[in-house]
Design a protein around this ligand. Structure first.
Ligand SMILES: [Mg+2]
Length: 286
């Protein structure tokens, strides 16, 4: 089972709060026009790094605007497709699932005017996604800009430390900053210096594993080829004091995602050849 990152949509992935207020009965903060879909800065890059280390991406969004009569479910789905396309156009990955809750207890459309177990802070959307997409909640995270997003994650059984609140006045200002936390924690990697060159040391499970010439050459060749394939500016590559050193002329997020990919690829090779992982801490096959 794959772990997921559950993502709030409005003001986490796309700009809503600052849009001009839509026509009544929609209210400020409701997005009702697909032409107004705008990704927030760093969203495509952040999502790409999460997908690269193996997370499913699942959007869970309250859309009380449907109960208010400001948009139909079909319109919300159209906007969600627009969000997905905007992410891909910006170089990001496809979202694995969009879930939304059209209910609101104070709505005016009879069919949707009640509370519902899908409405955050209730955990219904997350639980439905986990069961439909086969997701491992114990290793999953949530990123959102409202307290009710965090409450929904915790109610679904996610660890509170894996439910990340973002916002201009928060420690994590945006999705990219949150993605960096998730990638670093999930991959067990730490960036050594974060200036122009970000370096990551990967230490094998077994001391001296990189003394084996074939293992060492395979790891180095694999790092070179992954860097070339993904356009990662690799400026430092070698083995020192038993660890693999990867230095890239890029920010921490790129370095972490690159190191995680090198580790995933070379662990797969090592498992096939020696029956065990070379490095600690990645998700392994499946
Ligand atoms: Mg939001």
């Amino acid at each position: 089972m794959r772990p997921a990152v559950f993502l709030d949509r409005d003001d986490t992935l796309i700009e809503c709060r600052r849009l001009p207020a839509p026509a009544s009965p929609a209210k400020a903060g409701d997005l009702t026009d697909p032409a107004l879909v705008r990704l927030l800065p760093g969203v495509a890059e952040g999502l790409a790094s999460l997908a690269r280390v193996g997370f499913a991406l699942v959007v869970v969004s309250n859309q009380g605007v449907v109960a208010r009569g400001g948009a139909t479910c079909e319109r919300v789905e159209e906007i969600n497709r627009g969000v997905d396309e905007a992410i891909v156009r910006a170089g990001g990955p496809r979202v694995d699932g969009f879930y939304f809750c059209p209910y609101h207890p104070l709505g005016s459309v009879a069919e949707f005017s009640r509370d519902h177990e899908w409405r955050k802070p209730a955990p219904g959307m997350i639980l439905a996604a986990a069961s439909e997409l086969g997701l491992d909640l114990a290793r999953s995270w949530l990123i959102g800009d409202a307290e009710r997003d965090i409450q929904a994650g915790i109610a679904a059984g996610l660890s509170a430390s894996r439910c990340l609140l973002i916002g201009e006045d928060q420690k994590l200002p945006d999705l990219q900053a949150a993605a960096e936390v998730v990638v670093a924690e999930a991959s067990g990697l730490r960036v050594l210096r974060g200036a122009e060159v970000s370096a990551v040391d990967l230490r094998p499970l077994e001391d001296g594993a990189l003394d084996d010439a074939r293992t060492r050459e395979t790891v180095l060749a694999s790092a070179r080829s992954i860097a070339e394939q993904h356009g990662v500016p690799l400026v430092e590559l070698g083995v020192a004091s038993g660890a693999l050193r990867l230095g890239v002329r890029a920010d921490r997020l790129v370095a972490l995602a690159f190191a995680a990919e090198v580790r995933r690829a070379t662990n797969a090779w090592h498992r096939a050849r020696k029956g065990s992982a070379l490095w600690p801490g990645d998700f392994g096959p499946g």
